[in-house]
Design a protein around this ligand. Sequence first.
Ligand SMILES: [Zn+2]
Length: 337
Amino acid sequence: MRAYYQLRPLIPMALRRYLQQRRRNEARPRWHFPDAFMASLGEAVNHFADGVTIVHPWPDGAHWAFVLTHDVESEFGLSRSLELADVEREFGFLSCWNIVPHGYPVDQGVIRELRSRGCEIGVHGYNHDGRLFSSRKEFDRRAVEINRAMREYGAVGFRAPMVHRQLDWMQQLEIEYDASHFDIDPFQAMPGGVGAVWPFLAGRFVELPYTLPQDHTLLIVLGENDDRLWREKLEWIVQRQGMVLMLTHPDYLAGQHGLDLYRRFLEHVCELSGYWHALPRDVAEWWRQRHDSHVEVDGEGHRRVAGPAAGRCRVAVMQSDGERVLFNEPQREVSWS
Ligand SMILES: [Zn+2]
């Protein structure tokens, strides 16, 4: 990977396209579903005859979460950001915009406008040259600048360029959450994925994996004409009460085709129910509160949530039906014996 990014400027565009094409042909039909992870999780849960009692993943009665994030790759992308934000506003959605602090001149007017609309600003690496993790020394040097940019933008969230990632090193970042992981994505320079479609705690911060294919994969690598893959994955996540976290770029979505596709998808989401639409910073804060809470049994044998999430959350019993892990309502109360 290190060699690829050092040589990338020298690799002719035609060859890069060929490599992408080859990867496209090699992709399995269900490449966007983390089936193996879910099967293992189901197996683990099935070891417990009565399921596993937990604090439900989502607050306020929600069944799944819907989160929108954007990485702004270039000055061009930033100049088209408000167009994309306008589309989201049609449906009452808000999003997080990750800015490269040392990559291009950052138009503070656009940042102010996004903020005034209620959007979140995050930091997207240092200068987006693909070498943030090239050595520990280089990372440490850049981490100082990234932390400075976090303070400058009042940001609490981070995503590494090209979704490269090294959780141990990233502990140095002064962040509430990172969003450089994904559940599954074979199209990245560092492919793989964590499998989970829920946040998790990664040392001192919360990790928010993206869970829908990136717009770049959909539009450019696969050359899709519609939002079919997004809808398929959305449905799959909703059935599992997971987090639908999108990563798109104004740089790729800004054309008419991209905007139409995005609008159609958001319209589709709007028709669904049971979701918690939140900014990533709110999801991270929630996840920490949830982590610090637990299920207890009161004097009458009722299970209830205690701790900072108590006011907003409910008890769930994790069970598996063989194909899916479900978060069911507790069927019966615990008896004292
Ligand atoms: Zn990027």
